[in-house]
Design a protein around this ligand. Structure first.
Ligand SMILES: NC(=O)c1ccc[n+]([C@@H]2O[C@H](COP(=O)([O-])OP(=O)(O)OC[C@H]3O[C@@H](n4cnc5c(N)ncnc54)[C@H](OP(=O)(O)O)[C@@H]3O)[C@@H](O)[C@H]2O)c1
Length: 204
């Protein structure tokens, strides 16, 4: 998710720092191939001057990457991370809380927005390629802070989605299980993983 979204944002004109992988070579290659203003760096270098951080790691890595990022007070953290168990078969947090809320508790001084976890990574380049078409795929996002949600909405639009504001961060209790539905359709049905969704309103 991070490699693809970072590449798309670099191509859309943002300055991107790719960080957090076991191989620095991988991060440098991503930066080279992004064809924009992109570089590789450590999580703390990425966090230092960023207007927004994308948290795109497996749930078991969240504490480690936050530790490496250092002080994230005041930072917008857009998280696509889902609180999955070790074999990716289910959510370890649900119903009465969500991964996004658990994350916000870990970094109370940051401003967490949950976004991008309801689509498979395989569809991102296709959505970006279709960004100028009249009808765009939807993408739900939620968070408690208005200005960080504006930042997230801009990043969502830059990928080519129509942002759908689902409300406060606690709505991640619904969007995270919905992400598992989309993953089920993407990976377990015949149509293939390049799947996005679109909400339409009728009656007005
Ligand atoms: N993939 C999807 O389609 C999708 C869709 C919706 C939501 N999500 C959620 O988004 C999050 C990210 O998913 P992903 O598929 O992008 O995960 P991923 O491919 O496992 O990538 C996560 C990043 O973490 C790095 N990493 C893993 N272990 C590490 C370690 N011990 N030390 C340093 N870096 C390490 C990986 O680098 P390495 O190259 O070293 O592995 C990679 O750069 C997850 O929470 C997932 O549930 C994913």
């Amino acid at each position: 998710m991070g490699g693809k979204l970072g590449t798309i944002w670099a191509r859309a004109g943002h300055e991107v720092v790719f960080s957090y992988a076991r191989s620095e070579q991988k991060l440098k290659k991503l930066a080279r191939e992004a064809q924009g203003s992109a570089r590789a760096g450590t999580p703390s270098e990425a966090a230092r001057e960023a207007d927004a951080l994308l948290l795109a790691v497996r749930w078991s890595r969240v504490d480690d990457v936050l530790k490496q990022a250092g002080d994230v007070s005041g930072k917008v953290i857009v998280s696509c991370s889902l609180p999955m168990n070790a074999d990716d078969s289910g959510l370890v947090i649900a119903h009465t809380s969500s991964g996004a809320e658990a994350l916000a508790k870990k970094v109370p001084k940051a401003r967490v927005v949950s976004a991008f976890n309801t689509v498979p990574s395989e569809v991102l380049f296709g959505v970006f390629a279709a960004r100028r078409k009249a009808s765009r795929a939807s993408l739900v996002y939620c968070g408690d802070d208005a200005s960080s949600k504006e930042t997230a909405a801009t990043l969502i639009k830059d990928v080519g989605f129509e942002p759908v504001d689902a409300g406060p961060l606690r709505i991640a209790r619904y969007t995270e299980p919905f992400a598992l539905l989309v993953a089920e359709l993407a990976y377990e049905s015949d149509g293939g993983p390049e799947l996005a969704y679109r909400f339409e309103r009728f009656g007005n």
